[in-house]
Design a protein around this ligand. Sequence first.
Ligand SMILES: *Cc1c(COP(=O)(O)O)cnc(C)c1O
Length: 392
Amino acid sequence: MAANNKGLNTICTHTGELEDKQHKGAVSPLYMSTSYAFEDVDVKRYPRYFNTPNQEGLCLKVAALEHAEAALIFGSGMAAVSTSLMAFLRAGDHVVLQQTLYGGTYNLVTEEFSKYGIEFSFTDGWDAKDFADKIKENTKVIYVETPSNPLLTITDIEAVAALAKKHNVISMIDNTFASPVNQNPIDLGIDVVIHSATKYMGGHSDICAGAVASSKEHMERIFHLAKNFGGSLSDYTVWLLERSIKTMGIRVRAQNENALAMAKFLYTHEDIDAVYYPGLPSHKDHELAKRQMKGFGGMLSFELKPSLDSSKFQKSLKLIKSSMSLAGVESTVLSPTQTSHALMSPEVRAEQGIKDGLIRFSVGIEEVEDLIADIEQAIASVKKSNLVYSNN
Ligand SMILES: *Cc1c(COP(=O)(O)O)cnc(C)c1O
C-alpha cells in the first residue's frame, strides 16, 4: 500500500500508470489484446479475468484512492453492486439494506433476490440504530448508502461498521455520491466500498463503469464470482476512465465549492422552501457529515414554493440541463418523482420524504454566477407564466 503515502491528486494522476517502454509516451499505453501468451502458469491474462495490463493499472489507482488493499473495475456500477452482494450471500442468508437506496440497487434486491432464496429487510430510517433493528440470526451483509439519493441523508459510517463487526457480518457501502475524494469508508471500518464509476470517477457523462475496493481477502471472493458473472469493462473504457480519474480530485473539489455556494444561495432564496445539503449547518446531520466527510459533495436537492411549478421551472432552465444521470462537469437537474423514483408508489415516496416538487441538483464546475443567473431567470419565467394564467 505504498501508494497510500501519496496525496490525493498525486494518486489520481500517477498511481497505476503503465510505462510506454517502446516510445516513452506520457500516458499509459492502451492494450486492447484479448489474447496473451502464457507467461507462467499463474498469470493467464484475459479481459473477463479482470487482469489485462490496463485493468490492473486502474485497479491499483482505485485501491489507493479508497485506502484499500485491492480493487476491481466493472462494466457498470450495478455489475459492481450485484457481484459484491452476491459474493457474500447465498440461499437462506439475510441482508439488511438502507431504506433510501439507489433505484437500481432497490430493483436488484426486490426483483431478483427471492429467486435465489436470499432474504432482505430495508431499514425504517438511516441511523445506525435502524440497521441494528433489522439484524437477524442469518444476516450476513449490511448495506449502506451515504449521502443518500435524493435527500442527501447522512448515515454514521463508523457506527454501522462497528455494528457489522459486533455481529460478525460484512459491511458494504455505496460511496458513489461522496466519491473517494470526499469519503473513505475503509478508514472508518467498512469492509467493501462500491462505486458507480459512471458518476464522479468518470465525471464527463461519457463512461459507464463500476468499481469495488476492499481487503485482498474479500476482493478474492468477489473476483471468483466476477469472473463467472462476466461483468468486466472493455480496455478502451478502462483507459478512458484512467484518464478521467486524473482530474477527479480537482473536479470534485470544485464541485464541492460550487454546491456549497449554490446551497447557500438557494437556502436564503424566498422562492425556495427547502434545501437538502450536508454542507449546510441547517442539515440535520451536518456535524456527522463534517466528521466523516472531507468535502460535502456536488449533489444537493431543493423544493420550490408550492405555487411554482417545478417541471415548468426545469424546462425554463437554459444552462442547467435536465438529465437522468449525475456527477458530470456540467450541472444537471432531475425530478425524482418523474424519473429515478417514478416507479415507487406515492405512499412510499411520501414515507421517504420525497415531495413531488423536489428537484435534485448535480452541481458542475461552471461559474457559480452563471448558475445563479440561470436559476433566477427560470424562477422569473415560472412566476411570469403564473401571472398570465391568473389573468385569464
Ligand atoms: C448510478 C448509480 C449506481 C449504478 O451505477 P450504473 O453505473 O448506472 O450501473 C449505483 N449507485 C448509485 C448511488 C448511483 O448513483
